[in-house]
Write a new protein. Structure first.
Length: 345
């Protein structure tokens, strides 16, 4: 249930509404927009029948949320959610580009990539420390050593870092270093892991599962939010279909559908969607045109030598030229890249 309050509601009136709702055993969540404040009620809605909500001072409207997800539902928030990660923001008018290698392979490659992507307009650095690999014999990441390198390069560049956490047992160690925790496609329905990252208030990048529907993705976000962590960013990264010409099938329509359904920011990962370097830029352009709040792109100083996902990794120069076009397209759809970027010069 959502309680829409009157413009200019007093704090005491708001507190009173919350107290009455909470006295019935429900939880409340307040969302303050420019015009309105909304009180979301979570719990057994039947019990709210006992309360004459409309007669309370400051209440304008009471609406049921008919969707299976509540906290993630667009109606639940007075406006789009802005997720702050270090100095970066995801979900605002500036496109948030997360770039970096698939896996952290060493200090030099990470530093070189970080400074290059930063100059090209990226606001966050990615890099896998614990890698989910289809084969157990593939390179599975440098683990804690990679986390230390990410923290070191963050200190030098100022870029906040995003890295994947694969297991509930890794959450504490990854959270010691990362500014944003990534839940990968293979773990999108690992409900124990979702709840665990929900208990921390660290921002979460939640990637769509390979065979997950949009509804599954929103309900996975709900798991995190139900633990009190509202800082969730959704990522379309392609789904598995009968098509084999691309690594996955990029579900472009999911971007505007998600933007319609939820207040959470939505970004796209054209690298894992396409699986090949020449597909990354066109898919990135399409995502920006479709309304994505940002991109996640794999970049490597020497893709031919990459220990994971070399085929889909852009070189530093390729990333830079892609970002020039992203900057132009951003302008067409009313967005922009950070002003400090070399592309803006
Ligand atoms: C990744 O971003 O490195 C990754 C493994 O992606 P996904 O979980 O989308 O396959
Ligand atoms: Mn990868």
């Amino acid at each position: 249930m959502i309680i829409v309050t009157k413009p200019g509601i007093q704090e005491a009136e708001l507190d009173h509404i919350r107290e009455r709702v909470e006295s019935l055993g429900l939880r409340t969540h307040v969302s303050r927009g420019e015009q309105r404040t909304i009180v979301g009620c979570i719990g057994d809605e039947e019990r709210l029948q006992e309360l004459p909500l409309l007669s309370m001072a400051g209440v304008e409207q009471v609406l049921p949320v008919l969707k299976p997800y509540k906290l993630a539902a667009r109606e639940f928030s007075a406006g789009p959610t802005l997720v702050r990660v270090g100095g970066a923001e995801i979900g605002g008018s500036e496109l948030a580009v997360i770039a970096g290698p698939c896996s952290v392979e060493g200090r030099e490659m990470l530093r070189e990539t970080a400074f290059a992507v930063q100059d090209a307009g990226a606001r966050l650095l990615r890099g896998g420390a614990f890698k989910p690999r289809t084969s157990p014999y593939s390179f599975r990441g440098l683990g804690e050593q990679a986390l230390e390198l990410l923290a070191e390069v963050r200190r030098e560049s100022g870029l906040p870092v995003v890295t994947e956490v694969m297991d509930t047992r890794q959450v504490d160690i990854v959270a010691q270093y990362a500014d944003m925790l990534q839940i990968g496609a293979r773990n999108m329905q690992n409900f124990a892991l979702l709840s665990e990252v929900g208990r921390l208030h660290r921002p979460v990048l939640l990637k769509r599962g390979m065979s997950a529907t949009v509804l599954d993705l929103l309900l996975a976000a709900e798991y995190i939010m139900a633990q009190g962590n509202m800082n969730v960013v959704l990522c379309e990264r392609g789904i598995r279909t009968f098509e084999t010409a691309t690594r996955n099938t990029f579900d472009l329509a999911a971007i505007p559908v998600l933007k319609r359904e939820t207040h959470l920011p939505v970004i796209a990962d054209p690298s894992h969607a396409g699986g090949r370097r020449e597909l990354v830029a066109p898919l990135a352009y399409a995502a920006v045109a479709a309304g994505a709040d940002g991109l996640m792109v794999e970049v490597h100083p020497n893709p031919e030598q990459a220990l994971s996902d070399g085929d889909q990794s852009l070189s530093l120069a390729e990333f830079e030229s892609m970002m020039r076009v992203v900057g132009e397209l951003a302008g067409v759809v009313g967005r922009r890249l950070p002003a400090t970027a070399a592309v803006a010069a």
